[in-house]
Write a protein that binds this ligand. Structure first.
Ligand code: F6P
Length: 322
């Protein structure tokens, strides 16, 4: 393999730059040319492709976002659109593609490897949601988690001063991991996630008994994939009369300088993706399990359900917040 390309796709995640850097440096170290595709699959189709050098990724490891830019490209589901992208790779002699993104981005990579046998594809999990099979952690999750913790710690100060109940909506379209880990980290009284049924009456009773015991404030973390913070507040106020406020953290969770954990994870996974390409592997997603680098065929990533919600952790948060 003499030439590979790399793109970032879907919602951006802190650490994507560190992953691109690892792909570029590891490839060049192995005498392989690297091309950066700008704007994700959209840029692949529009031929926004440039050769990257060692210096192209200098001063990027600490930066949030992605210097390759990212986009969601629903048109890439159409075979004729994909064909344009494949032609743009082929005309440069590119034989390997690293796609950094989420599940949707992996599906595009799988199609490319099915439709063009000369192009190997490897997926690197980059999303704050931590919702990809084949890995314990995705790039960006740890940074987003720490952003939530910092924000909620600040909210707790004012919640305490005013004896208020705060409902904090965090990201996580289909996955409650951000809510669960953040909830445990900040000592939230209640965590609401799509994986567990919600009983607002029971939540109201818990808040009420806490107030009776002298608790001055309550923190509820709700994953957007389950319900909005406002919907949660509206429901809650049907059962108890508390001074409640809603805070939607929003896209602040997607930005910021990546944490050490994310930089290391991104570097390891990016380097491993290049190893796999050089070994002739294709149609696989890389990941980390029990701190070991692993690869899983895309087909298994799409069908397996190995990234399971941690019910024990969820139960523990309940026990710790009585
Ligand atoms: O990338 C994942 C994610 O951040 C989800 O948590 C969130 O629901 C979604 O992206 C938001 O997407 P957009 O930035 O396109 O509004």
């Amino acid at each position: 393999m003499k030439k590979i390309a790399v793109l970032t796709s879907g919602g951006d995640a802190p650490g994507m730059n560190a992953a691109v850097r690892a792909v570029v440096r590891k490839a060049i170290y192995n005498n392989v040319e690297v091309y950066g595709i700008f704007q994700g699959y959209q840029g692949l189709v529009n031929d926004e492709i440039e050769k990257l050098e060692l210096g192209s990724v200098g001063d990027t490891i600490q930066r949030g976002g992605t210097f390759l830019y990212s986009a969601r490209c629903p048109e890439f589901k159409e075979a004729s659109v994909r064909q344009k992208g494949i032609e743009n790779l082929k005309k440069r002699g590119i034989e390997g593609l690293v796609v950094i993104g989420g599940d949707g981005s992996y599906r595009g990579a799988q199609r490319i490897s099915e439709e063009c046998k000369e192009i190997q594809t490897i997926g690197v999990p980059g999303t704050i949601d931590n919702d990809i099979n084949g890995t314990d952690f995705t790039i960006g999750f740890d940074t987003a988690l720490n952003t939530i913790i910092e924000s909620v710690d600040k909210i707790r100060d004012t919640a305490s001063s005013h004896a208020r109940t705060f409902i904090i909506e965090v990201m996580g379209r289909d996955c409650g991991d951000l809510a669960l880990w953040a909830g445990m980290s900040v000592g939230a009284e209640t965590i609401i996630v799509p994986e567990m049924s919600v009983d607002i009456r029971e939540i109201a009773e818990r808040i009420e008994s806490g107030i009776k015991r002298g608790k001055k404030h309550s923190i509820i973390i709700v994953a957007e994939g389950c319900m909005s913070g406002q919907a949660c507040a509206d429901e809650l106020l049907k059962y108890i009369n508390v001074d409640a406020r809603v805070s939607v953290l929003g896209h602040i969770q997607r930005g910021g300088s990546p944490t050490g954990n994310d930089r290391v994870l991104a570097s390891r996974l990016g380097g491993f993706a290049v190893d796999l390409l050089l070994n002739g592997e294709t149609a696989q997603g890389v990941g980390i399990k029990d701190n070991q680098l692993v690869s899983t065929p895309f087909d298994d990533i799409f069908t397996a359900n190995d990234h399971k919600f941690n019910h024990k952790m969820y139960e523990l948060t309940k026990e710790l917040s009585i």
